[in-house]
Design a protein around this ligand. Structure first.
Ligand code: NAD
Ligand code: UDP
Length: 317
């Protein structure tokens, strides 16, 4: 079995590549490094079953030989990234998904879309089941990401219904872990790096907004199960353990032993007030649920960022 992973040099893509290789698949990774990091795949440079193609997936994708699965993970994912790259974000969600679906059709391959909890916008239903249609502002700054992913879901369903393509849609909720970029702007990487550097932790708004964070290993386990034995119905994948952003800041301070202060900064426009996945479908159809606690996951992530911060400090001294 051979799979193509787009966005392979990114945080989730690189972990997915590792998991498929460990399961015995041949893997072709594709990325243009717009928000990814080649170091995330450096350990695979001599791997016999891994190949990498530096390519923008909004352009025609040509792959020689058989492909049994296409997992479309290419897209800026941090709000800071997609607000800086609004057009690229819309293009990779729309044109990139179209090209990836086209390749899947040509190769008679299974297709999996990395969608997001952002399709629910600032939700009026809590927790969010897959049946909820969402509350998205199409013309707000986050609309570039939310609407691109909503379009990508609609296109995936059209290929499934019209072309009978074998498809999956993973609605991924906030996921964290090693290989996030230290300055990608997402809350877990920000708080850990700020704590380790002794800088203030920047809580946006009063920090009463909630999120539910999933450790990367659990998420990747859910993706592989969905790919191998799921159905075309959109499936939430995330950890239902919900807490406020301020609680997260306090937990990170405790676990790093940092003396940093917490400071408040303006809340970004349209920042969802609450977010928690209803994972009943994943539990029932995939037998999946997350098992890594926040403490364990943060511990492993802090260990990773400690090395990154130490290396950066050594490089600048
Ligand atoms: P990331 O930014 O680390 O990785 C995305 C990768 O896609 C990067 O390596 C980037 O260079 C690549 N990419 C972007 N546009 C491209 C293009 N046109 N051509 C080729 N490569 C391109 O982000 P991530 O957290 O790993 O997210 C991966 C996927 O999962 C995204 O589709 C994202 O929307 C989805 N997702 C992630 C989360 C999360 O919490 N991490 C939550 C919901 C959804
Ligand atoms: N956030 C914060 N401080 C930061 C970065 C983010 O308080 O330094 C908040 C952000 O406003 C949001 C939550 O943390 O309410 C999660 O933000 P993230 O960028 O990780 O992802 P989102 O869930 O918004 O896509």
């Amino acid at each position: 079995m051979r799979v193509l992973v787009t966005g392979a040099a990114g945080f989730l893509g690189s972990h997915l590549v590792d998991r498929f290789l460990a399961l015995g698949y041949d893997v072709l990774g594709m990325d243009n490094h717009v928000t990814g990091n080649p170091n995330n795949l450096a350990h695979l440079s001599a791997h016999g079953r891994f190949r990498f193609a530096n390519q923008d997936v909004t352009r025609y994708i040509e792959v020689e030989g058989p492909v049994d699965g296409v997992l479309h993970f290419a897209s800026p994912a941090s709000p800071v990234d997609y607000l800086e790259l609004p057009i690229q974000t819309l293009k990779v969600g729309a044109l990139g998904t179209h090209k990836a679906l086209g390749l899947a059709m040509a190769k008679h391959a299974r297709f999996l879309l990395a969608s997001t909890s952002e399709v629910y916008g600032d939700p009026l239903v809590h927790p969010q089941p897959e049946s909820y249609w969402g509350n998205v502002n199409p013309v707000g700054p986050r609309g570039v990401y939310d609407e691109a992913k909503r379009f990508a879901e609609a296109l995936t369903m059209a290929y499934q219904r019209y072309h009978r393509l074998d498809t999956r849609i993973a609605r991924i909720f906030n996921t964290y872990g090693p290989r996030m970029r230290p300055r990608d702007g997402r809350v877990v990487s920000n708080f850990i790096v700020q704590s380790l550097r002794g800088e203030p932790l920047t809580v946006y708004g009063d920090g009463s907004q909630t999120r539910s964070f999933c450790y990367v290993d659990d998420l990747i386990d859910g993706i592989v199960r969905l790919f191998e034995r799921g159905s075309a119905d959109p499936t939430n994948l995330g950890n239902p353990h919900e807490f406020t952003v301020r609680q997260l800041a306090e937990r990170v301070l405790e676990l790093t032993g940092s003396k940093s202060k917490i400071v408040e900064r303006p809340l970004p426009v349209d920042d969802p007030q609450v977010r928690q996945p209803d994972i009943r479908r994943a539990r029932e159809t995939l037998g999946w649920e997350p098992s890594v606690t926040l403490e364990e996951g943060l511990g492993r992530t802090i260990e990773y960022f400690r090395q990154v911060v130490t290396q950066e400090a050594a490089a600048t001294s």
